[in-house]
Design a protein around this ligand. Structure first.
Ligand code: FPP
Length: 192
């Protein structure tokens, strides 16, 4: 019996984190150990997401964020980037039905404009299709950088100040949090 089924059967309500974030890493080391090509690591990484998303939903975790592709990752060889985008597209295409079945709503954070147009289209389609789901909030961080997110938030806040709608002296932590792309999500309380 798997963990989620055990918890349900014995009516156990463990003190679970609300928001789990995972930095997708080790996709190079994993195949190296097994003497497999590097792409095998990325394929295995993408495949494992299905299991993780399913389990997070079953456990009743509110939000799951996957740091899948950082702004730094654009410096990788073009062939590797192409493969990662292909894996991402496959995931978005093949998993939408599974996300709907599990009541998972998808969103993304990061510089959307950096992504190839076909990926943006798939992403928008999957986001729209799952927007009514009220279970797990799944966020894909794509071309994401925490600092760039902060810069975006500061620009939005500066705009409000310029229009005279905000007095900088009254700026609060809450207002900065609401200006970030992660607004509306609970604080990350487990980072893997
Ligand atoms: C880091 O491992 C992993 C990545 C940069 C890519 C992760 C993204 C995907 C597998 C694309 C598909 C994404 C989704 C959401 C389906 P690394 O190469 O830095 O590994 P290393 O640290 O072992 O070298």
């Amino acid at each position: 019996m798997d963990l989620a089924a055990l918890l349900k059967r014995y009516r156990l309500k463990p003190n679970l984190p609300k928001h789990v974030a995972i930095i997708m890493d080790g996709n190079g080391r994993w195949p190296k150990k097994r003497r497999l090509p590097r792409i095998a690591g990325h394929r295995a990484g993408a495949l494992s997401i299905r299991e993780i998303v399913g389990l997070a939903g079953e456990l009743g975790i509110e939000a799951l964020t996957l740091y899948a592709f950082s702004t730094e990752n654009w410096k990788r060889p073009a062939q590797e980037i192409r493969l990662l985008m292909q894996l991402l597209k496959q995931y978005l295409r093949s998993e939408t039905r599974e996300l709907l079945r599990n009541n998972v709503s998808l969103r993304s954070i990061g510089r959307r404009e950096d992504l190839p147009s076909n990926i943006r289209e798939e992403l928008d389609r999957a986001i729209r299709a799952t927007s009514h789901c009220r279970g797990l909030k799944l966020t894909l961080a794509l071309s994401y950088s925490g600092r760039a997110d902060l810069v975006g938030a500061l620009k939005r806040i500066a705009g409000e100040v310029r229009k005279g709608r905000l007095d900088p002296a009254t700026l609060t932590e809450g207002a900065v949090t609401r200006a970030l792309s992660t607004a509306g999500l609970p604080e990350v309380d487990l980072l893997i």
